[in-house]
Design a protein around this ligand. Structure first.
Ligand SMILES: Nc1ncnc2c1ncn2[C@@H]1O[C@H](COP(=O)(O)OP(=O)(O)OP(=O)(O)O)[C@@H](O)[C@H]1O
Length: 262
């Protein structure tokens, strides 16, 4: 792959359910090392778009290239080496212990019927440490709280050691400290990341660039200060807000005005 080309390139993706268009010709890219946020209100099409990107939903039209390769011309295992996913439907059915859930992240690197190696176990432990979930290692996954599950699934994605991370609401269920810890981790990993986020302040602080969806259409894209304006927040979310640059970081600080609903 040309080192200038984006690690993820989604072009003109469209998806419809029956006669209803859910995602309309959306294109996005994520360059090497970028942390890119996908924003939009409930039902705007974020998960549907991400499912096309991580090869669960076949688009009605459009293409997805990860690491320079068309994802539909390669098998799931090949794609799993290029892209690790933390999805919204997080398999609360797992009756496995946490260590084994994270070990599942190693599958794309193992040959069929191979036993887990010492290296696999080392990577699993390291991944659990990184999300502060080592004390949970022997617990049954289904008995964890929502936030604990989210951290363990993040550890599984890390154990996959793919260059590209696709995260659907990774901060879902996390308290404010764990939200910051996870976003700090994602930023500090230096991986290439596309993350659907609901918390606009987190997106403003952490993301290099943002894409904003409304009713399945891309309505804004660019740096956080370009996308998160009072006008776009009012238009897309129907909420009044004031935005000013932080004196400390220069990044947009958003003050919502919930008593002045539009
Ligand atoms: N298989 C389907 N059949 C019919 N409608 C669907 C299907 N999948 C998604 N939708 C609809 O498409 C729209 C977009 O859903 P999607 O889950 O992509 O939104 P989202 O932006 O991720 O929402 P949220 O923030 O609430 O998770 C919703 O109105 C949803 O009901």
């Amino acid at each position: 792959m040309n080192s200038d080309s984006p690690l993820l390139q989604a072009s003109q993706l469209r998806w419809q359910a029956a006669a209803t268009h859910i995602v309309h010709d959306v294109s996005l890219h994520v360059g090497q090392g970028e942390l890119v946020g996908l924003l939009g209100p409930n039902g705007s099409g974020k998960s549907t778009l991400l499912r096309m990107i991580y090869r669960i939903l076949r688009p009605a039209s459009g293409t997805v290239h990860a690491d320079g390769r068309n994802i539909w011309q390669h098998g799931a295992r090949d794609n799993a080496r290029a892209m690790a996913v933390l999805a919204q439907e997080n398999g609360s059915e797992f009756e496995l212990c946490v260590r084994d859930v994270v070990l599942m992240g190693r599958t794309p690197h193992q040959s069929p019927f191979a036993r887990d190696s010492a290296e696999d176990f080392r990577i699993v432990s390291e991944s659990l440490e990184r999300v502060s979930a080592m004390p949970l290692a022997e617990r049954i996954f289904s008995t964890l709280s929502g936030g604990e599950k989210q951290r363990v699934l993040m550890a599984r994605a890390l154990a996959q050691q793919a260059p590209l991370l696709v995260l659907d609401e990774p901060t879902n269920h996390l308290d404010v400290r764990h939200q910051f810890e996870l976003m700090n981790l994602i930023r500090d990993l230096g991986l290439t990341t596309l993350a659907a986020l609901h918390e606009l302040p987190l997106a403003a602080h952490y993301c290099d660039r943002l894409y904003l969806l409304k009713n399945g259409h891309l309505v804004a894209q660019g740096a956080p200060a370009e996308v998160l304006t009072p006008e776009t927040i009012a238009d897309v979310y129907g909420v009044k807000a004031q935005v000013r640059p932080s004196r400390r970081t220069g990044k947009p600080l958003i003050e919502f005005l919930p008593d002045e609903m539009l």
